[in-house]
Design a protein around this ligand. Structure first.
Ligand SMILES: Nc1ncnc2c1ncn2[C@@H]1O[C@H](COP(=O)(O)OP(=O)(O)OP(=O)(O)O)[C@@H](O)[C@H]1O
Ligand SMILES: [Mg+2]
Length: 240
C-alpha cells in the first residue's frame, strides 16, 4: 500500500490532542482507556473499534484520534478511518489537509487507497473525502466491507470515527464488522434520554458495546489540602 507521508508538529493544549504536553490526568485517562480496550478485545488478529455517541459534539473524534495515538505509542499498527463523511473533523483536528478520502474511494472515483501516514504520531489515517450525496449507501456498501478486510491484513487496530447514532444509522450498519464500540458520553452535555435512545438502536442492531467514555470531567480542577496549601492532583503526581 502506498501512503502519503505527513507530519504533524503543531500540537498544543487547545487542540485537545494527546501529546507529551497533555496534563498528567489526560495522559493517564488515555492510558487507562487504551488498557481497557486492549483487554476487552483479546487475541492477535486485527480489531475493529467503533467510536460513536448519541448526538453531535460529545467528543467522538477527539477520543478516536487520541485513542489511535495512544495505541500507536505501544507500537501497534493503527489506522483511523474518518467515517463521518457529512461533517468530517479528523483531518482538521490534526491540522492537516486532504484532497480525497473514503468517499472518493468507495464511490470508485479513485483506485488507490487514500491512506495518509502521520509519521510523527505513527498513525495512518483515511480521511473522509469529499462530502458525498449519500454517505449511508457508501458505508453500507460491499466496497466498505472489502476495504476493511484489506486493512485487516496490515493493521492491529482499525479505529472508526462514526457519526452520531441518533442522527444517522451509519455506525450500526457496520455492527457485524465492529469488534467493539465505545460510546462517548460528555459531562454536562449528553442527555440521559438521548443516550438511552442510542443504546436501544445499538441493541436492535446487535452492536457490541465494550464500554463508555465519560468525556469532559475535568479532574485537573480537583485540589487537595497539604500543609495548608491546595495542590492539583496532576501537579502532586508529577512532583512527588
Ligand atoms: N473533554 C473535552 N474538553 C473540552 N473540549 C472538548 C472535550 N472533548 C471534546 N471537546 C471539544 O468539543 C468539540 C466537539 O468535539 P468532537 O469533535 O471530538 O466531538 P464529536 O462527537 O466528534 O462531534 P461531531 O458529532 O460533530 O462529529 C471540539 O471542539 C472539541 O475540541
Ligand atoms: Mg466527530
Amino acid at each position: 500500500m502506498s501512503k502519503k507521508e505527513k507530519t504533524n508538529d503543531s500540537f498544543d493544549s487547545k487542540t485537545m490532542l494527546l501529546s507529551s504536553k497533555s496534563s498528567f490526568s489526560v495522559q493517564e485517562a488515555y492510558k487507562t482507556l487504551r488498557t481497557n480496550v486492549i483487554f476487552s478485545l483479546p487475541g492477535t488478529d486485527c480489531k475493529c473499534i467503533g467510536i460513536t455517541s448519541a448526538n453531535r459534539g460529545e467528543g467522538k473524534s477527539t477520543v478516536a484520534v487520541n485513542l489511535s495515538i495512544s495505541l500507536a505509542q505501544l507500537k501497534k499498527r493503527v489506522i483511523l478511518i474518518d467515517c463521518d463523511m457529512r461533517l468530517p473533523t479528523v483531518i482538521t483536528k490534526l491540522n492537516l489537509s486532504a484532497k480525497e478520502g473514503l468517499s472518493n474511494y468507495l464511490s470508485g472515483m479513485i483506485e488507490e487507497l487514500p491512506i495518509m501516514r502521520v509519521s510523527n504520531l505513527g498513525v495512518d489515517i483515511i480521511p473522509s473525502g469529499n462530502i458525498p450525496p449519500d454517505a449511508t449507501t457508501l458505508i453500507n456498501s460491499e466496497s466498505m466491507v472489502d476495504l476493511v478486510n484489506l486493512l485487516k491484513d496490515t493493521y492491529d487496530y482499525i479505529v472508526f470515527d462514526f457519526p452520531p447514532i441518533n442522527i444517522v444509522s451509519d455506525a450500526v450498519l457496520l455492527s457485524n464488522m465492529i469488534d467493539g464500540y465505545l460510546m462517548i458520553v460528555r459531562h454536562g452535555f449528553s442527555e440521559y434520554k438521548k443516550v438511552n435512545e442510542a443504546l436501544r438502536q445499538m441493541k436492535f442492531a446487535d452492536a457490541k458495546i465494550i464500554g463508555f467514555v465519560y468525556n469532559g470531567k475535568n479532574n485537573d480542577k480537583k485540589y487537595y489540602k497539604r500543609k495548608g496549601y491546595y495542590y492539583r492532583y496532576d501537579y502532586y503526581y508529577k512532583n512527588s
